[in-house]
Each structure stands twice: as structure tokens, then as C-alpha cells.
Design a protein around this ligand. Structure first.
Ligand SMILES: Cc1cc2nc3c(=O)[nH]c(=O)nc-3n(C[C@H](O)[C@H](O)[C@H](O)COP(=O)(O)O)c2cc1C
Length: 175
């Protein structure tokens, strides 16, 4: 199936609130979308046949640092869950923020793919902090490469004595 052209980002945020429930998707082991729920279709504004069989980066927003996805894949490939703030793009280029929990999907004890369950972000202050961090990471990635961005994040986590997941969860739960 051909990948549809990516829309240009509009800078407009579409709401994702508690009323919407969770946004859920499943992928195979390579990140190709195999399942999406109704909330996903409605908020991302795609029909199922436009998403099923496509790589999950179809909804990637250019503001997301590569570092976040590097950590996502490192965690899940090591069979560890991953938590993180993700800015995604709708079919028209608008965006919505989610707090994602990505886990392995097993059948008969064997990994067959991954799940992502996304919750709305209620704490806008936390989101502001994430936006600043992501901008710093993106700038480092662009100027010095992803290793510099990973090292920056690692220093930040060491200073706070937190794992990456603990750091993300702490921000998400902060009031
Ligand atoms: C279960 C699962 C869910 C994912 N959900 C998203 C998502 O919502 N948005 C996104 O940009 N990437 C998501 N990804 C990561 C993408 O597969 C990809 O790594 C990312 O978009 C970066 O793509 P790129 O390296 O081609 O730019 C998900 C991956 C998995 C395994």
C-alpha cells in the first residue's frame, strides 16, 4: 500500500480529553499498524484503510525528537514497557498530544508486536516542560547528532536519580 503524502503541520492543536477515552493501536514487530480503535481514527482523522498496513510514523510530527523514538524502540525490543509524551499529527496537519504507554504484545508467550495505549495530558504545565525539553533535544540532534541528545537526557536523568520511565511518569502525574 503506498504511503499517503504527509500533510504540512498547521500549528493547530485538536483536543484529546478524558471524554475521548484511550487512543489505542497495535503494530507488528516492525511498527506496521495492525489495529486502531475508534478514538484513534476520530482524533487522527483517518479512515481505517488509510492506516492499517502503514508504518506508525505516518502520524509522526516533525517536532518530535528522534531521541524519544530511539528510547521507545530500545525499551520495547528489550521487552520493557515505555512511557512518553508524544505529539502526533492528524491527516490535515493539526496535532494532538498524548501520554503513551507502549508494551509488547505476546501470543502463546511469543512476541508478535506492540501495543500503544494513549491517555490525555491534563497537566499543561508538564506539557510546557516537555516541549522545552523536546526542543532542546531536537536542536542537539540537528547540530551534533542523536548521541549528543541522548547524552543530554542521560545527564538530566542522573541528576534526578530517575530512570527514563520514572521521569516521564513523574512529569505526567505532577499536579
Ligand atoms: C506500538 C507503537 C506505537 C507507536 N506510536 C507512535 C505514535 O503514536 N506516533 C509516532 O510518531 N510514532 C509512533 N511509534 C514509533 C514509530 O514506529 C516510529 O519509530 C516513529 O514515528 C519515528 O519514525 P521515523 O524514525 O521514521 O521518523 C510507535 C511505535 C510502536 C511500536
Amino acid at each position: 500500500m503506498p504511503t499517503p503524502n504527509k500533510p504540512a503541520p498547521t500549528g493547530r492543536e485538536v483536543p484529546f480529553t478524558e471524554k475521548d477515552g484511550f487512543i489505542v493501536s497495535k503494530t507488528d514487530l516492525k511498527g506496521t499498524i495492525t489495529y486502531i480503535n475508534r478514538a484513534f481514527m476520530r482524533i487522527a482523522d483517518y479512515a481505517p484503510n488509510e492506516l492499517l498496513g502503514q508504518p506508525h510514523n505516518i502520524i509522526r510530527h516533525p517536532d518530535m525528537p528522534k531521541t524519544a523514538f530511539r528510547l521507545l524502540w530500545e525499551h520495547v525490543q528489550a521487552q520493557k514497557e515505555w512511557f512518553g509524551f508524544v505529539k502526533n499529527m492528524t491527516s490535515s496537519g493539526d496535532h494532538y498530544w498524548v501520554f503513551a504507554n507502549v508494551t509488547i504484545d505476546c501470543e502463546n508467550g511469543k512476541p508478535v508486536g506492540y501495543y500503544s495505549v494513549r491517555r490525555p495530558i491534563l497537566n499543561r504545565k508538564a506539557l510546557e516542560q516537555v516541549e522545552v525539553l523536546y526542543q532542546t533535544l531536537r536542536e542537539l540532534e540537528n547540530r551534533q547528532g542523536i548521541d549528543a541528545a541522548l547524552a543530554h537526557l542521560d545527564t538530566l536523568l542522573k541528576e534526578q536519580h530517575l530512570s527514563y520511565n520514572q521521569f516521564a511518569l513523574k512529569l505526567y502525574r505532577s499536579a
